[in-house]
Design a protein around this ligand. Structure first.
Ligand SMILES: NC(=O)c1ccc[n+]([C@@H]2O[C@H](COP(=O)([O-])OP(=O)(O)OC[C@H]3O[C@@H](n4cnc5c(N)ncnc54)[C@H](OP(=O)(O)O)[C@@H]3O)[C@@H](O)[C@H]2O)c1
Length: 309
């Protein structure tokens, strides 16, 4: 299969491209401003805001499927640039989904747990959404644009952690970097999530393609944890001092964009569709640790190049 992945320099996109390449898939990764040198897949450059040009480029490559990971995923940047964020997170996915429908190929759109307000937790796909920030509102608008343009598309609501190109993108890297350097950090005791390890998420997305699923799915861990608890688990796994993590309530702080507190998601629908369980947080942290032992972060960071080619 010839798989096109957008956002290939991002946390999810890069891991997904590597997992696809390991499966001997013919992977094409699209980057925007960051180049990738020596990556085990074909790399193309494109600005998805120039959507007509990017779609022509993609069409010429004749992919068999697209997984669309590119987005403005920085909540505070989204608050500062709402129009640009709407364009990239809402309009672009609609155009990409329409093009995939036109070309007759499967399309997976990556969305977020943040479409919910975090009042309830254990959200199912059928639960009402209520996004709180610019980022979350534009991501929900992206889901709607994709569904309108292409009812066969998959919308994968995700949350994940792992190793990235910069070594600084994920919450797990935040705890690893700071605790490893003996620095004191805050750990939110009132913020809950259901994160999958990013390589497990990548495998699940590829399985969803194989299974020809359509519609909204929560592609998350069946285990939920507070951000404080997550930090403690990382500290324990790597042998860092977990007392460096100060337990604190996020709701007492001003952190720019408004964030939902209980974003635990229910993944029963996907587990049923794939006929197996998704990985628990404990298993994900073990895989994150094993990746470190195997020098996986060094390998990913070695792909960093100053400019997109
Ligand atoms: N991180 C999380 O925990 C999380 C949680 C829930 C949902 N998500 C969703 O998961 C997806 C991937 O997130 P991530 O954390 O992997 O993102 P990321 O690390 O912030 O990477 C974003 C990617 O989008 C690309 N991009 C940005 N503007 C672009 C443009 N104009 N044209 C083409 N590409 C552009 C970037 O390219 P360059 O870097 O090359 O410029 C980069 O590859 C997103 O849809 C996000 O909303 C993430």
């Amino acid at each position: 299969m010839r798989l096109l992945v957008t956002g290939a320099s991002g946390l999810l996109g890069l891991n997904l491209c590597c997992v696809g390449a390991e499966r001997s898939m013919d992977v094409i990764g699209m980057v925007h401003t960051r180049g990738l040198k020596g990556a085990p897949f074909e790399v193309i450059q494109g600005d998805l805001l120039a959507i007509d040009k990017s779609l022509s480029k993609i069409e010429a490559l004749q992919p068999d499927a697209i997984i669309h990971c590119a987005a403005i995923a920085d909540l505070n940047l989204a608050e500062k640039q709402p129009e640009l964020t709407f364009q990239l997170n809402a309009e672009v996915p609609g155009r990409m989904a329409a093009a995939a429908a036109n070309w007759g190929i499967p399309f997976v759109h990556i969305s977020t747990d943040a479409v919910f307000d975090g009042e309830k937790g254990n959200y199912k796909e059928s639960d009402p959404t209520n996004p709180l920030s610019v980022y979350a509102r534009t991501k929900l608008a992206g889901e709607q644009a994709v569904q309108d343009a292409n009812p066969d598309a998959v919308i994968a609501r995700v949350v994940f952690f792992g190793w990235s190109l910069s070594g600084r993108r994920s919450l797990s890297e935040f705890f690893f970097n700071h605790l490893g350097a003996g620095k004191v950090v805050k750990g939110y005791t009132d913020t809950f999530f259901s994160p999958l390890y990013v390589e497990d998420l990548a495998e699940a997305l590829l399985e969803m393609l194989d299974a020809k699923l359509a519609g909204i799915y929560h592609v998350v861990s069946p285990e939920s944890i507070s951000k404080y608890g997550f930090g403690v688990r990382i500290a324990d796994k790597f042998g860092f001092d977990s007392r460096l993590i100060t337990p604190i309530e996020a709701k007492s702080l001003d952190r720019g964009a408004q964030r939902s507190l209980n974003l635990t998601l229910n993944c029963d629908k996907l587990e049923k569709a794939l006929d197996h369980q998704l990985q628990k947080v404990t298993e994900g942290i073990e895989a994150f640790y094993q990746g470190w032992l195997a020098c996986y972060p060094k390998k990913l960071q070695g792909f960093a190049s100053k400019e997109a080619e």
